[in-house]
Design a protein around this ligand. Structure first.
Ligand code: WT7
Length: 657
């Protein structure tokens, strides 16, 4: 039985939150929500007052989904780094902006807003000294160290555009991203350190930079002190460069619609897309959602355990919290190092009030047992968030009952790289929680469900494709260098709407239950991967003729990766050498993309189920990977229906005998 067939268990709003939260109860939410839709421009103009603008806008919004046109706060000038740092200096200079929790639990650093200002100014001046100007792209390939925050905010300070590449991606993936955005400068570290293991980031970057003529400078942060090869004329040590610079740097006046950053994310076809976010709308939305969704209160210690290489880290470790003058924790390590108690150790030592993580981490920790949690004092916790994939009710229950002692609000936040910030979510003190449901839309957000034929479903209870009926300030403006792809991906499948790529159900209370991607995108441990990218990599193995990748059940990752591979005729001998094929495939994918994309299972097959026009019927493969051998539906359109029986036989032998 799927979770969606269970009658939903409801956890009422915790009374102690109701009276003190920023929004008090459902009726207050409803009134504000209605207002946000009734006069959207007036609403957002009011919300945008939370940001410091150097000069005002002449128009609040200019949005038209039928033309894929989105612009907010037109003509206004601001600086995002000023909003995240400078404006807090008058009353919070000595407050901690960032608590850096290093891989080694004994290594913690508190960085005040004053220090952050100085570090960011030095970094900004160093970037300028190396030729970075307004609009130029800077690629950041760093682990979770303070310099990552300094460099991203330094870009924002001078109006440069950062493109952060998760430090788990391979040299090839890094190269593609550098080339796509034509980065002028790259920033990396000698090594990264996670779970006591060093990762040679400089060596990986060197490999990537062999094929990137656009890059003129590589700045290298010293993290571990490992010996690295410095290329004369190209490479400089970050610490030497910033030491030469003055600790002040004016914050450039940028246009509200000037790009703030590019972040690559996978789609159902082709190479990852450079999702582009701009300045004014993004920072307004990140700051607003951070306060309301987490019920952030001045003085709170806020811990989002994501990596800044993903959108969650951009919006909810750096931009949202710092715009709100919060104390935000940057965590370099893993949830299992030195043991499964690490998060709760951090919560106890830093007296964390708000904690935000992903279902995959919750499941991994739940599997280690309650003792690791109970060993630590978690009484400071008030709100706990989850993001990245649907959370199964068991994991939700463990999070709420064990980690939160049944006392804290759990917010299951649905959003995407493209949405810039949280879109559908419960709010502490506002609505009842339903494990597995992201519940209600945030202010100004108008979810729309359509059926396969794009008919808008007007009934409260409905199932279909999740779209958005109107624009919001935090949404992506384009795919960098390929606006047509933006139009096709988000505004063509369902004309007049923003198409999310997710399926969902709306229940009788108007709560949303996300059922997962409806396209060829896999969500593995909350990370987005395109089946096409993984297949392209597998097909690059010498031995392999073709492959098809589908998602399968995985206890911890939520979705695992299952690859059906067909060997070249010449190499058909290898079919008995499963281990060698498995190893080769995994090594190839690790080299092309990174470890996160490695298949969990492969099945060597003699053929794939293709229609007469050559399209792979993934539905069949998904069923087989799920052990569902019966009910394959209509297979009469297959070019060769007999492959299905062979695939089933192969799968049964390998997995169920
Ligand atoms: C996809 C977006 C937004 C930061 C992390 C992922 C899935 C995200 C939830 C949730 C169910 C969720 C969707 C979405 N997703 N949050 N709370 N419940 N599904 O960002 O890599 O852009 O992935 O993640 O399928 O489309 P992303």
């Amino acid at each position: 039985m799927s979770v969606h067939e269970h009658p939903a268990k409801v956890y009422p709003v915790h009374p102690q939150l109701k009276d003190s939260a920023v929004v008090k109860g459902l009726s207050e939410y409803q009134a504000m929500y209605e207002k946000s839709l009734a006069d959207s421009d007036a609403f957002w103009a009011d919300i945008a007052q939370r940001i410091d603008w150097f000069s005002p806008w002449h128009q609040v919004s200019q949005c038209d989904f039928s033309k894929a046109q989105v612009a907010w706060f037109l003509g206004a000038k601001l600086n995002v780094a000023h909003n995240c740092i400078d404006r807090h200096l008058k009353d919070k200079a000595d407050q901690t902006a960032i608590i850096w929790e290093a891989d080694d639990p004994a290594d913690t650093r508190h960085i005040s807003y004053r220090e952050l200002h100085e570090e960011v100014c030095r970094a900004a001046n160093a970037l300028k000294a190396h030729g970075v100007q307004h609009g130029d792209r800077v690629c950041i390939y760093l682990p979770m160290i303070p310099e990552l925050a300094y460099v991203m905010l330094a870009c924002a300070r001078i109006g440069a555009v950062h493109s952060i590449v998760f430090a788990g991606f391979s040299a090839d993936a890094l190269k593609d991203r550098i080339l796509d955005c034509e980065a002028k400068v790259v920033v990396t570290a000698d090594e990264g350190l996670r779970g006591g293991k060093a990762i040679g980031l400089k060596a990986i970057t060197d490999q990537a930079l062999e094929q990137t003529p656009c890059v003129s400078r590589l700045l290298v942060v010293r993290r571990t002190g490992a010996e690295v090869n410095m290329v004369a004329g190209r490479d400089c040590w970050y610490h030497e460069e910033v030491a030469k610079q003055r600790p002040t740097c004016p914050a450039a006046w940028v246009d509200a619609e000037d790009p703030l950053f590019i972040l690559y994310t996978s789609g159902s076809t082709g190479k990852p897309k450079g999702v582009l976010h701009t300045s004014g709308g993004y920072i307004t939305y990140a700051s607003f959602t951070h306060q309301y969704v987490f019920d952030y209160r001045p003085g709170d210690i806020y811990f989002c355990a994501a990596d800044i290489g993903w959108i969650t880290g951009h919006s909810y470790i750096i931009y949202g919290p710092l715009a709100n003058g919060a104390t935000t924790i940057m965590f370099e390590s893993t949830p299992l190092y030195p043991d499964a108690g690490r998060y709760w150790d951090v919560v106890e030592r830093h007296k964390v009030n708000i904690f935000y993580t992903a279902p995959t981490a919750i499941r991994a920790l739940a599997a280690e047992g309650d003792a690791f949690v109970k060993k630590y004092d978690r009484s400071s916790l008030r709100v706990m968030g989850t993001v990245g994939e649907p959370i199964n009710p068991e994991a939700w229950g463990w999070y709420h009952d064990v980690v939160g002692d049944g006392r804290c609000a759990v917010v299951d936040t649905w959003w995407q790289t493209e949405t810039g910030g949280i879109m559908i979510t419960p709010q502490p003190g506002v609505n009842d929680m339903k494990p597995g449901s992201a519940t209600l839309p945030f202010y100004g957000i108008e979810p729309v469900i359509v059926d396969e034929a794009c008919n808008r479903q007007e009934d409260v209870e409905a199932t279909g494709l999740l779209c958005m009926g109107r624009a919001w300030p935090g949404m992506a403006r384009t795919v960098y260098g390929d606006h047509q792809r933006y139009v096709e991906t988000y505004f063509s499948r369902v004309p007049g709407y923003y198409f999310t790529g997710d399926g969902c159900r709306r229940d009788k209370d108007g709560c949303y239950w996300i059922t997962g991607r409806v396209d060829d995108v896999l969500n593995v441990s909350g990370h987005r991967l395109g089946t096409a990218e993984i297949e392209a990599s597998i097909n690059a193995c010498d031995w392999i003729a073709e492959s098809a990748v589908v998602g399968c059940h995985h206890d911890i990752k939520g979705t695992g990766i299952f690859a059906f591979v067909v060997l070249n005729r010449d190499n058909a001998d290898h079919k008995d050498d499963f281990d060698a094929v498995f190893k080769t495939v995994r090594e190839q994918v690790t080299a092309d993309i990174g470890k996160i994309a490695r298949p969990d299972h492969i099945l060597i097959s003699t053929g794939l189920p293709k229609t007469r026009s050559g399209k792979i019927m993934r539905r069949i493969l998904r069923n087989i990977a799920k052990n569902e051998y019966e009910d394959m539906g209509n297979i009469s359109t297959l070019a060769d229906p007999s492959v299905v029986a062979l695939l089933i036989e192969g799968h049964r032998k390998q997995f169920n005998s």
